[in-house]
Design a protein around this ligand. Structure first.
Ligand code: F6P
Length: 374
């Protein structure tokens, strides 16, 4: 009886951009919150949640294509997602499809498909690119909300983005492993992290693992200074060194080092190679054997740490709260210890970068050595 009087609404949920740990937890909690029996009775709305596969590609070609012959949209139930929060990656799949790619604009198709699939609301889980598309769709009338995720932690208006803490744990664990081999051979190890134009992963990964030098995109480095720091350490008796460089870090006067020519459909270059570059420079100048390792996609892989499971849960619940409150065009965020929300426009307006005046030591190329000030 009760259910007959209930309004029926459909929520579509998708994950876009690079995968990371914590996405499955957010998806699970969107579903659990939307389908919660008790809450549905209070809201007088009966939600159905549709999983959209492969990011925005799922709304460009919901029926599938050669690559994915089966439909990219299907109903998700609580039973289906019960265990998802334990697993890494995204069980919905992801892509870097940009419906607003100026060379191939398919935004009209996306809008038509949203209509055709009767999606009343959308939850987009992603970083600046995915949420940039969400914002454009919002301006075209789509009732969309966002959840922040990226191991780069470079979205504005939030102190946390899903996947970051798991990636920092990976960096820390891998460096713990490198230490024993580096120490045995008296070597220098150059460890390259991801992060694109933001230094958060390298900085916080470096602080967690106690790296000797941390190089970030926000502070161009001088080769001579790195060599001097290494030699100074050796003079003091250091047996080995761990140096971290973010993929976007660069020597002053140079541009970022790219692995490949070309850009993706959001206009990004594929960065990488600074670790190898530095290893050669350091060993040539200091004559100390230097090896390099790029942690690459290991940082995005594996099961989410406890923090990402919890944050995925809170973000998923808060995203449904926004839908219930009809507060669209917003991204859930974590600010000053509280879950809150901010306009999508604000989240994507600029990148959140390390402030080298207050969060970095430009003399030592490392984390800061005063926190409360003098
Ligand atoms: O934005 C997340 C990120 O992992 C960046 O740190 C990195 O530069 C990029 O994605 C790598 O992308 P892909 O997985 O497409 O190589």
């Amino acid at each position: 009886m009760e259910k007959e009087r209930m309004e029926k609404k459909r929520i579509g949920v998708l994950t876009g951009g690079g995968d990371c740990a914590g996405l499955n937890s957010a998806i699970k909690w969107v579903i659990k919150t939307a389908l919660d029996d008790r809450l549905q009775r209070t809201r007088k709305v009966q939600y159905e949640v549709i999983g959209i596969r492969d990011g925005w590609k799922g709304l460009v070609q919901p029926e599938g294509d050669e690559e994915t012959p089966s439909p990219r949209v299907s109903t998700l139930t609580e039973e289906m997602v019960r265990t998802w929060d334990r697993y890494g990656g995204t069980n919905l799949g992801t892509s870097r499809t940009n419906p607003y790619d100026p060379k191939n604009n398919r935004s009209k198709i996306v809008l038509e498909n949203i209509e055709r699939l009767h999606l009343d609301f959308l939850v987009a889980i992603g970083g600046e690119d995915t949420l940039g598309v969400a914002h454009k769709l919002f301006l075209e009338g789509v009732k969309v909300v966002g959840i922040p995720k990226t191991i780069d932690k470079d979205l504005s208006g939030t102190d946390y983005t899903l996947g970051f803490e798991t990636a920092v744990n990976v960096i820390t664990e891998e460096i713990d492993r490198l230490r024993t081999t580096a120490g045995s051979h008296r070597r220098i190890f150059m460890v390259e992290t991801m992060g694109r134009h933001a230094g958060w992963l390298a900085l916080e990964g470096g602080e967690s693992s106690g790296a000797y030098i941390i190089l970030i995109p926000e502070c161009d480095f001088e080769m001579d200074k790195i060599n001097e720091l290494v030699l100074e350490g050796r003079r003091k008796g250091t047996r080995y060194d761990i140096i971290i460089a973010a993929e976007g870090a660069k020597p002053s006067g140079y541009s970022e080092i790219s692995k490949e020519e070309g850009i993706d459909s959001f206009g990004h270059k594929m960065l990488g190679g600074v670790g190898e570059f530095l290893a050669k420079e350091i060993s040539n100048s200091t004559k100390i054997e230097t090896r390099s390792i790029a942690l690459s996609h290991l940082q995005r892989g594996g099961a989410p740490c406890a923090y990402d499971r919890r944050m995925g849960r809170y973000f998923g619940i808060a995203a449904v709260d926004l839908i219930v409150k009809e507060d669209f065009g917003k991204m859930v965020s974590y600010r000053n210890g509280k879950i809150t929300s901010i306009p999508l426009k604000e989240a994507i307006a600029r990148l959140s970068l390390v402030d080298i005046r207050t969060q970095y030591d430009i003399e030592r190329y490392n984390g800061r050595r005063t926190i409360l000030g003098f």
